[in-house]
Write a protein that binds this ligand. Structure first.
Ligand SMILES: [Zn+2]
Length: 285
C-alpha cells in the first residue's frame, strides 16, 4: 500500500534525519507532478492541501483525484490538510480519508488551543489519522515586515507541555520562518528545534520552506525538522511555467492546451524533485 500513516512516515524521517517534502498542490496537474517526482526519486512525500484548495475543488473531487493517483504510486504517500482553524472542515476531511490535519488554533488562547487540539487528536485517532499542532501563529512575510516587534514564540517548556498534553504527532513552532517570498534569507531560531526534539523526540514541521538556503534546510533537518512545507515554490513554478508557455503560444499563435499541461507538469516535477534531493528523502523509499 503506498498510502501510509503520517506518523510512520515522519518517525522514520526523524530517526534517519531526512526531511519529507509536504507540497501544497493546487489542482490535478500539480498533484500528478509531485507524485511523479516522488516515484522517480524513490522518495516518500506528503501531499498537502490548503483550505482554499479544498474549498475550490471540493472535498469529494479532491479526494477522488488523490486516491486514484496515489494508488498507482509505489512510494509512501500521505494526504495532509494544511493550517485549518475550521473544525467542521477538519471533520469532513478526516471522515473522507485525509491521513493528517494541521489544526491551527494559534489565534486562540493557549488553554483553548490545548483543549480543542486534544479533541481533534481524539477525533483523528478514530480514523488512524495524525495531527500537527501549533501554538504560535506562523505569519506571512508581509505581516512580519509590517510588525515592528521581533517574532514572539512560547518557551521550550510551554511547547513541550503542549506536545505532552495534546499527544500531537508533529509540532510546528514559529522560529522566524514565514509564508511567502522572503525579502532576505531569514534568521531562524534553530536552537528551539534542537531543544524540543532532544527533550521530546517529535517530528518538527518546518513552515515557510520556500526561500531557505540548502544549508538551512540541511541544518534544520539534522535538528529534527522531518516535515518540510513547500507551498510558495509550487505556486511560483506553476504560474511561471504557464506564463512562459503562454507567451510563446502567443508569439507563435499556436494554442494547444494539452502541450501547456505537459510543459507545466514537467516544470513542477523538476521543482519537487530538486527539493527531494536537498531534503535527503530521495532514495529513502
Ligand atoms: Zn504554514
Amino acid at each position: 500500500m503506498p498510502i501510509v500513516a503520517l506518523k510512520e512516515m515522519l518517525d522514520d524521517a526523524l530517526n534517519r534525519r531526512y526531511g519529507v517534502g509536504a507540497f501544497n498542490i493546487v489542482n490535478d496537474l500539480t498533484l500528478k507532478a509531485v507524485l511523479e517526482a516522488a516515484e522517480e526519486q524513490r522518495s516518500p512525500v506528503i501531499i498537502q492541501t490548503s483550505i482554499k484548495t479544498v474549498k475550490t475543488t471540493g472535498v469529494d473531487v479532491l479526494f477522488a483525484m488523490w486516491s486514484e493517483m496515489a494508488k498507482k504510486v509505489s512510494v509512501p504517500v500521505c494526504l495532509h490538510l494544511d493550517h485549518c482553524p475550521d473544525r467542521n472542515l477538519i471533520s469532513a476531511c478526516l471522515a473522507k480519508g485525509w491521513g493528517s490535519v494541521l489544526f491551527d488554533a494559534s489565534s486562540l488562547s493557549l488553554d483553548e488551543n490545548r483543549r480543542q487540539t486534544i479533541e481533534v487528536v481524539a477525533e483523528a485517532r478514530r480514523y488512524g489519522a495524525a495531527v500537527e499542532g501549533e501554538i504560535d501563529s506562523i505569519k506571512t512575510v508581509d505581516e512580519v515586515a509590517a510588525s515592528s516587534q521581533a517574532t514572539h514564540h512560547h518557551s521550550v517548556e510551554v511547547s513541550l507541555a503542549f506536545i505532552h498534553d495534546t499527544q500531537i504527532d508533529c509540532f510546528a513552532p514559529a522560529i522566524g520562518n514565514a509564508h511567502g517570498v522572503y525579502k532576505e534569507t531569514p534568521t531562524l531560531d534553530v536552537q528551539l528545534v534542537s531543544d524540543i526534539v532532544s527533550a521530546h523526540p517529535i517530528p518538527i514541521a518546518l513552515h515557510g520552506g520556500t526561500g531557505l538556503t540548502d544549508d538551512q534546510f540541511k541544518d534544520l533537518i539534522g535538528r529534527g525538522c522531518a516535515k518540510v512545507n513547500i507551498s510558495t515554490a509550487v505556486k511560483m513554478s506553476y504560474m511561471q511555467s504557464n506564463l512562459a508557455f503562454l507567451k510563446q503560444a502567443e508569439s507563435a499563435d499556436r494554442w494547444d492546451p494539452l502541450a501547456l499541461f505537459k510543459q507545466v507538469e514537467k516544470d513542477v516535477k523538476v521543482m519537487a524533485a530538486n527539493y527531494m534531493q536537498v531534503f535527503g528523502s530521495a532514495g529513502r523509499a
